[in-house]
Design a protein around this ligand. Structure first.
Ligand code: AVJ
Ligand code: FE
Length: 438
């Protein structure tokens, strides 16, 4: 926890600036019609995300922390995600692109003023400092959402980025053994951790084995070529229904060409890269692959223990590589690249047990439902996490190439419906330890 108000101010200001630089890039690289169009019924028009970012910042920083009078109270309801599902957002009276841009600029101007003038000490320090972190993370999360919209959009490429470096070498083996025992899950210390990551608590897990890397396209292709999408025995009943109703044969954005497969990636059609983690699969596909492979998805606790538990000290780290913030040598984060790195990359980011790419590259589906930790308290609003708890949503861990470091930690929890495939999700597999491990 940072208690020096000046450091806190610098950190908040640079997190807000980084988010805004990215938002600008995502909303100025296409023309106005592409900002107001709905590229998929699963997504909002880009211009909705843009003004929603500004409206949340107005509510949580300008009004709640700064105590300033509302700037545009009449638009709160248009940009309330709970009042309007994504499919109906194009028919709302949305701010036009130029208006939306000037609205977010105006809010930001006032918020920077609030940041400069707020004492940031005393009783409300923790709450105020958290609010800045929460709003920066919120903007970065919508930037990832907008990147998904860009990936769904038809037409020529609007975004480009160099491929990630291939640093894959020296992987300890296909899987590692995580011994039985307690570990600390979640956090009570991380200042910008969201409510669902709290509080820290002990978990006792039996020994298990987990893949050292995410599942590759090459491995996933064996599943496809072995008739994985044609045999109901690998699938959960609802997953099999999804396959049949939609005639699924491969991950989203894949298409057969000749005797092989190609995929569309940000406006470019390209051959499938066998060494890359599989991307754009639903929870049902991940679950079916794991069963076909004679394995299972890791539980959320197993994933976190593999990522954070240090067998030498017994403590849980902030990240697999230690407690330092992510650098480019540790993980593929922050939209520096528009694709995951080959499996086995980022040796400097590996966990003490030798597990790689837990952070960055692809979100990883886990077996678990999105549930509160013991002692959970909704903060600052029930609609961030609490209303999603239950068996409808599955948890994803680790973050993708589209996640900014500010919205990524060993404790960070994402969630989505098990049918969703447009998100930047892949997976790794696990199994119970066998008698040979005793
Ligand atoms: C945590 C990614 C599921 O996008 O619905 C954005 C993040 N919450 N605005 C979502 C969020 C409110 C959330 N996810
Ligand atoms: Fe939001």
């Amino acid at each position: 926890m940072i208690h020096d108000p000046e450091k806190l101010r610098d950190r908040a200001a640079s997190a807000l600036l980084a988010a805004r630089t990215r938002t600008q890039a995502l909303t100025t690289c296409v023309d106005e019609p592409d900002l107001t169009a709905q590229h998929s019924p699963l997504m909002s028009p880009l211009v909705w995300d843009l003004a929603h970012i500004g409206n949340q910042e107005e509510q949580w920083l300008m009004r709640a922390v700064g105590g300033l009078e509302a700037l545009r109270p009449e638009i709160d309801s248009v940009y309330d995600a709970f009042e309007h599902p994504r499919a109906e957002r194009p028919s709302l009276p949305l701010l036009a692109p130029t208006e939306a841009h000037s609205y977010v600029d105006e809010v930001r101007g006032r918020v920077l003023d609030v940041l400069e003038k707020t004492p940031l000490r005393g009783d409300r320090l923790v709450e105020q400092a958290f609010a800045f972190g929460m709003v920066a993370q919120h903007e970065q999360q919508h930037d990832e959402t907008m990147l998904i919209t860009h990936q769904l959009r038809r037409g020529p490429a609007a975004l480009t980025a160099p491929p990630p470096p291939d640093t894959a070498e020296g992987v300890v083996g296909p899987e590692v053994l995580v011994p039985s025992g307690h570990f600390t899950m979640g956090t009570s210390r991380e200042p910008w951790a969201l409510d669902n990551e709290r509080p820290a608590h002990h978990r006792l897990l039996p020994a298990f084995r987990i893949d050292t890397t995410p599942v590759s396209n090459a491995a996933y292709l064996w599943f496809i070529e072995d008739g994985g999408y044609r045999e109901s025995r690998w699938w959960a009943p609802e997953g099999w229904r999804m396959v049949c109703e939609n005639k699924l044969e491969a991950p989203l954005f894949w298409r057969r060409e000749g005797s092989g497969w190609v995929r569309r990636s940000f406006g470019v059609t390209e051959p499938i890269a066998p060494e890359e983690p599989v991307l754009h699969v639903s929870w049902y596909e991940a679950d079916a692959y794991a069963r076909w492979a004679g394995r299972r998805l890791p539980s959320e606790a197993e994933w976190e223990k593999a990522a954070r538990w240090d067998p030498h000290t017994g403590y849980s780290r902030r990240y697999p590589w230690g407690d330092e913030d992510p650098g480019p040598e540790h993980a593929n984060l922050g939209q520096r690249h528009l694709r995951p790195a080959p499996v086995g990359s980022y040796p400097e980011g590996e966990s003490p047990l030798g597990v790689r790419q837990l952070i960055g590259d692809v979100w990883e589906w886990t077996s678990g439902d999105f549930l509160p930790y013991p002692g959970f308290q909704a903060f600052p609003y029930r609609e961030y996490s609490e209303v999603f708890f239950g068996d409808a949503y599955k948890v994803l861990r680790g973050g993708s190439f589209a996640v900014d470091p500010v919205a990524c930690r060993g404790t960070f929890r994402n969630w989505d419906l098990p049918v969703r495939r447009q998100i930047f999700a892949g997976f790794r597999t696990a199994r119970d330890a066998g008698p040979e491990d005793a």
